[in-house]
Design a protein around this ligand. Sequence first.
Ligand code: AMP
Ligand code: GLY
Length: 427
Amino acid sequence: MNILVIGGGGREHAICWKLKHSKLTTTLYCAPGNAGTSLLGENVAIKPTDIDRLLEFVQSNDIDLTVVGPEAPLAAGIVDRFREAGHRVFGPTRAAAQLETSKAFAKEFMKRHRIPTAGYEVFHKGDEDRLREYLRSASYPLVLKADGLAAGKGVIIAESANEAVTNAIPMLAGDSFGDAGSTLVVEEFLTGIEASVFALTDGNRFVTLAPAQDHKRILDHDLGKNTGGMGAFAPTPHMPTELLADVKIRIIKPVIDGMRADGIPYSGVLYVGLMLTEDGPKVLEFNCRFGDPETQAVLPLIDYDLAELLRDISDSKLSLNRLPQHDANAVCVVIASSGYPDAYETGKVIYGLDGIDESKEGVLVFHAGTKQDGNDVLTAGGRVLGVTALGEDKDFAASIRLAYNAVNRIRFDGAYYRTDIGRKAID
Ligand code: AMP
Ligand code: GLY
């Protein structure tokens, strides 16, 4: 098959890497890709949201399967357009992607189908008085969520009524997150350990990948600002087999069955962000795509042909009940540009990549924000690289050591990484 992967981050490099191992893959393209994906296939200079040009590319290059990485093209209806034109594509339709693109949709869906999640109220523009009243009598902390896509910035944890009112009223007016915030979900604050489970589904059947844990904050010990994710590990010991089975029965299956029953079958990857609370796992969020950097940890653990799996799902012919997994664990450490998640510089030469012998060392260096410039690889984004180390069975200490051993040999001006990725798998 000729395969096109859409996106240009670490997640897409990991997807391309796994697809490259497939006996079904003939030619691999990545739009727009990065310096890492260019080593595995051909980068195509088309933006992920330029659906017209992507469709033209697919038609003129005999693409047999398109795999969509980021949420923006899914939200813009790329899957609907490709299917109408008769092209095989992996991902949910625009309507099904609402599980990510509208938090109010997701909450109402969960309520209707009795899927465990935090208690909530929805407010729209014009509901300011009711909102003020609600916030004055609520107990704190309380979580405020902009309804729409807000690039991971739409969640505020308010510690007091004053803080909640100060943040929530401008959100409703559209002043903080534009239209994405003019509908607001106010949610009960949950405590526990966070984990992410990815379900690959054709709308009927599903299989799950190894449950993962992300590290969302920029500083060690989960301090500082929220980021897209500074590292991940899988399978998390905090979700043993019995708990994963419970998540499948009480959450994943009801979501997939519920979407089908509601007439908007969900196909693709469903990212279930969970809080493991004392009362059991509860849904924090859904995403309609693979997580980044969790993908860089979970894909190398799959002991199955990814091209075959994604093709079968796109054809609504998933035949597996369980996805074979390697008896291994993975730890991925993200190296970022200093300043991230705020302003940062790009164009710095990355040194040390050649010195890493991936197969011998048991590590994989996934590129995120990088760009090839002659013989040099330059930084081109906030998150620059993700170094994944694989360890045997449950020996996370060994994979953490391996990952940091490689990370320490990669250098560029302003390189920054957390030093505690994976600790939670041991402590
Ligand atoms: P979300 O985009 O919904 O995943 O929210 C981003 C982050 O905010 C999550 O990863 C959690 O750390 C935190 N968060 C979201 N919802 C809640 C909640 N109901 N209780 C506690 N923390 C939450
Ligand atoms: N790592 C979190 C996300 O992909 O949304």
